[in-house]
Design a protein around this ligand. Sequence first.
Ligand code: AMP
Length: 395
Amino acid sequence: MRNIDDYNFRNRKALLRVDFNVPLNNELIVTDETRIIAAIPTIKKIINEGGSVILMSHLGRPEKGPEDKFSLRHIIPNLQERLGIEVKFAGDCIGSLASELSKALGTGEIILLENVRFYQEETQGDQDFAIKLAKLGYIYVNDAFGTAHRAHASTTIVAQFFEDKCAGYIMGNELAYANKVLEDPNRPFTAIVGGAKISDKIMIIEKLLDKVDNLIIGGGMSYTFIKAQGGAIGKSLCEDNRKAYTLELIEKAKVKNVNLCLPLDNVIADDFSNNAKRQIVKSGEIPYDWEGLDIGPQSIYAFENIIKKSKTILWNGPMGVFEFHNFAVGTEAIAEAVVSATQNGSFSLIGGGDSAAAINNLGFGNKVSYVSTGGGALLEYMEGKTLPGLAILEN
Ligand code: AMP
């Protein structure tokens, strides 16, 4: 696969697929610029070499065509400020507006196309739509790691129509860090897996059992393990059809000499809300009408001890319902332990999605080794799946 440094962009128009799928608040102001900041080095490399850039991205999940709340125009102030250059807005991603602006584009100039998902052809991977996009530039650069696992028109299909195509810096970094963790981890290597469902993470857990020394399981998925072992979990999240599988995993971990750690205690709630009544109980002792929404202090202590002794840490998924302030303590404590291990020389990779949000909300983004910009894509890559957005760059 060609890398962006294999090309010189002098006098070349790059069609650059970025991931500007950033959160906006009710006033349509960007609340987390991580993905915009991450894209700057790739954009600057092209501009500084005397090229020009046509930026394309999706934002949110518009289902009924164009909708202002999903317009990429809302991110222009942030993008201009981060780049220090004017960014023109095309108002559409295909059609005469986009093509006129791209034709008139001079050296060092940047245009931003409108949300590609305003057309359902984008997610359908439509060829004709991809051809229209391809006409806008002469070289295709894909730096949207977060959507590399989707064979969409702008992430994959479009690349077929370019002789010159390559991966941007984000893509390169994500792969390098994922490979480092999988192929060459300093030991002990600890993976922390949390979040809602075990069924979403089966493949990655299987893969990690061959790689890690410690596997910490927290969050909603831990209750299926506890119930399978005969514990009482009340109304906590549980996938009954996965109980047998969790017992298999526990056995596999023993055979592979992996220290599989489950929560020792939980913060439980009498209702699924931030203001619910709370109490701390031992794991497997949750009353029938209560539910576990966070890990408790003994679990935090045990997990912190493991994390602090680890030389490589991979974290995907929160330890509880961290969106509720009163049940975010476990997730925050784990984030702090990962930061402290990093400060002592460990390598820490935060696997996108909700764990990245938790790290960024706490202002720890720069205190860990790397925060992935793509949760689903990173997991699929680590599971060993082919990412269509990458594979097409190899042809
Ligand atoms: P995932 O996308 O699988 O990483 O899951 C993240 C989601 O899991 C977050 O929205 C959390 O609120 C949710 N979650 C974590 N722990 C629990 C729990 N104990 N009960 C219900 N939901 C949870």
